[in-house]
Design a protein around this ligand. Structure first.
Ligand code: XIL
Length: 421
C-alpha cells in the first residue's frame, strides 16, 4: 500500500492547495467531476482552464451535447458536433467521461410532424426508434464512457411513473428495452438510472428502488443509480440520512454516484451565513458518498455560478456551485476539499502512524466568512490517540479520536462532522 506516497504526490503536485479530484481519489473515490457547458468551452479561457485541470476535475460530462435533440435532430440522422466538445476535452486531458443521456422525456427532438414525444407509435416502431438511437449514439462513444445514463427521470416526485411517450407505449417495459439495447451497444460501460430528489428517501425513492428491481427481474443489465443532487441550501438531508438512502440502492447490487450536484440558495444574493450553510450541505453530500462503499464519485452540475442552469429554471434562486461568478472559490469549495482531505488523511488505523508525518498547507481560505459556532475539545481520546490536521475528530456516529495534534483544535462544522483545523 503506497498511500503516503500517493498523498504526498497529491499535495505536492497541487502546489499550495490540493485539488478536488486528487483529494477524492486519495479518499477512495474514482473521481470528482463536473459537467462541461458546451457553449462556454471555447469562448471563456478562464472557464476552460479550470475545466482542463484534471487535479480539480477528474471526470467530465456533457451538459447538453449528448441528449436526443442534439444527437438525432432528424430521424436516423446523427450528429455529434456538440457531444464531442466535452468528450474531446476529457480525452485530451485524460479525464473520465460520464455520458448523458439516452431515454428521457425531455429535450426530445421534433421530427417534422412525427415527434418522439407526440408521434403515434406502437411498441414495434418505438422500440426500433429507441434501439436505433442507443445503438448509434453509444456506438459513436464506444469505449469512451465510464458510465451512461440510460434512462433519466422516469419517476415523478410523488412516486408515480412519469408520463412520456415511452411510458404510454410500453408501460414500464421500456426500462429493460433500453438497458438491453445499451448493453449490446457498449458492453464495457456502466449503465445507470439517473434521477433527482431521490435524496429525500420518500415515495420517489421507493419507486426508483422498484425500477431497479423491475430491470433486474427482467434479466436486463443495470449497474448504477445516479443521484442527481439538485438540492436546496438548508433543506439538504444530513450526511447519515443521505448515506442510508444511498445504501438502499447498493443493497440491490448496483453502484451509486452523485451525478449533477448543485445546492441552490432560495434567494440571492446569499448572506455569509447562508454560504456557510451551503458549505455544510455540500460537505454532507460528499461525506455521504465517502461513507458508502458502493458510492463511486461526485459530479457537480457546473462549477461556476457564472454558468448554471439554476437561474433560468428556478427564477430568483441560484449561486448553487463551488466557484462564484468571478471564478473565486466559495466556502463550499473549502468544505468539500476539507471533507475529502479528512478522509484522505484518515485511513484505517494501520496507516495512521505514517500518515501523521504528512504536513501540508491547508486548502486556500478564499473568503473571510465566519464558520458556524465553533467548539473545541482538548479531551484525550481513549488510548491517547490524537487526530492529525484535517482529520475528523467528532460528529454523530464518529467513534475515532476526538482530540487533535497540537496546535490544531477540533472544530464543529456541523452535527455530523468536526475536523482538526
Ligand atoms: C439541464 C441543463 O443544465 C440545461 O442547460 C438545459 O437547458 C436543461 O437541462 N436533469 C438532467 C440534466 O438530467 O440533463 C438537466 O440539465 C438538469 C436536470
Amino acid at each position: 500500500m503506497h498511500l503516503p506516497t500517493v498523498l504526498s504526490v497529491v499535495f505536492a503536485a497541487a502546489g499550495v492547495t490540493a485539488q478536488l479530484n486528487d483529494l477524492a481519489v486519495a479518499a477512495g473515490l474514482k473521481y470528482f467531476g463536473t459537467c462541461g457547458s458546451e457553449g462556454n468551452i471555447n469562448s471563456d479561457t478562464t472557464y476552460r482552464n479550470i475545466l482542463n485541470n484534471k487535479s480539480e476535475f477528474g471526470q467530465l460530462v456533457p451538459e447538453n451535447g449528448q441528449k436526443w435533440d442534439a444527437t438525432e435532430p432528424s430521424r436516423g440522422q446523427f450528429t455529434y458536433s456538440s457531444g464531442d466538445i466535452v468528450a474531446g476535452v476529457a480525452k485530451q486531458n485524460g479525464q473520465l467521461l460520464r455520458c448523458h443521456t439516452l431515454v428521457w422525456y425531455s429535450q426530445l427532438p421534433s421530427w417534422g410532424n412525427v415527434t418522439v414525444s407526440g408521434g403515434s407509435w406502437n411498441r414495434s416502431t418505438l422500440q426500433s426508434v429507441i434501439e436505433t438511437h442507443i445503438n448509434n449514439v453509444m456506438g459513436h462513444y464506444k469505449g469512451q464512457c465510464y458510465a451512461w445514463d440510460v434512462v433519466n427521470e422516469a419517476v415523478n416526485d410523488d412516486g408515480t411513473w412519469r408520463p412520456s411517450v415511452f411510458l404510454s407505449t410500453f408501460n414500464t417495459d421500456y426500462f429493460a428495452i433500453s438497458f438491453r439495447a445499451a448493453k449490446a451497444a457498449d458492453p464495457n460501460t456502466k449503465l445507470y438510472y439517473n434521477d433527482y430528489n431521490l435524496e429525500y428517501n420518500q415515495a420517489k425513492t421507493d419507486r426508483a428502488v422498484e425500477l431497479v428491481k423491475i430491470v433486474q427481474a427482467a434479466g436486463a443489465p443495470i449497474d448504477g443509480v445516479g443521484f442527481q443532487g439538485h438540492l436546496i441550501v438548508g433543506s439538504t438531508p444530513s450526511r447519515s440520512a443521505l448515506a442510508t438512502t444511498l445504501k438502499r440502492f447498493t443493497a440491490l447490487g448496483v453502484e451509486v454516484a452523485y451525478t449533477e450536484l448543485d445546492i441552490r440558495h432560495s434567494s440571492v444574493p446569499a448572506s455569509s451565513s447562508a454560504l456557510v450553510t451551503q458549505g455544510n450541505d455540500f460537505a454532507n453530500v460528499v461525506g455521504s458518498c465517502l461513507d458508502v462503499a458502493g458510492c463511486v464519485g461526485v459530479t457537480i452540475w457546473g462549477f461556476t455560478d457564472k454558468y448554471s442552469w439554476i437561474p433560468q429554471t428556478f427564477p430568483g434562486q441560484g449561486d448553487a456551485l463551488l466557484y462564484n461568478s468571478n471564478f473565486g472559490k466559495k466556502p463550499a469549495w473549502t468544505s468539500v476539499s476539507s471533507v475529502l482531505a479528512a478522509k484522505a488523511t484518515n485511513p484505517p488505523p494501520a496507516q495512521t502512524t505514517t500518515l501523521a508525518t504528512i504536513t501540508t498547507a491547508p486548502p486556500a481560505q478564499t473568503t473571510t466568512t465566519s464558520r458556524p459556532a465553533v467548539s473545541t475539545t482538548s479531551a484525550a481520546a481513549p488510548g491517547g490517540a490524537q487526530q492529525t490536521r484535517w482529520g475528523q475528530c467528532g460528529g454523530i456516529g464518529w467513534s475515532g479520536p476526538t482530540a487533535c495534534q497540537s496546535p490544531w483544535t477540533c472544530q464543529v462544522l456541523n452535527p455530523y462532522y468536526s475536523q482538526c483545523l
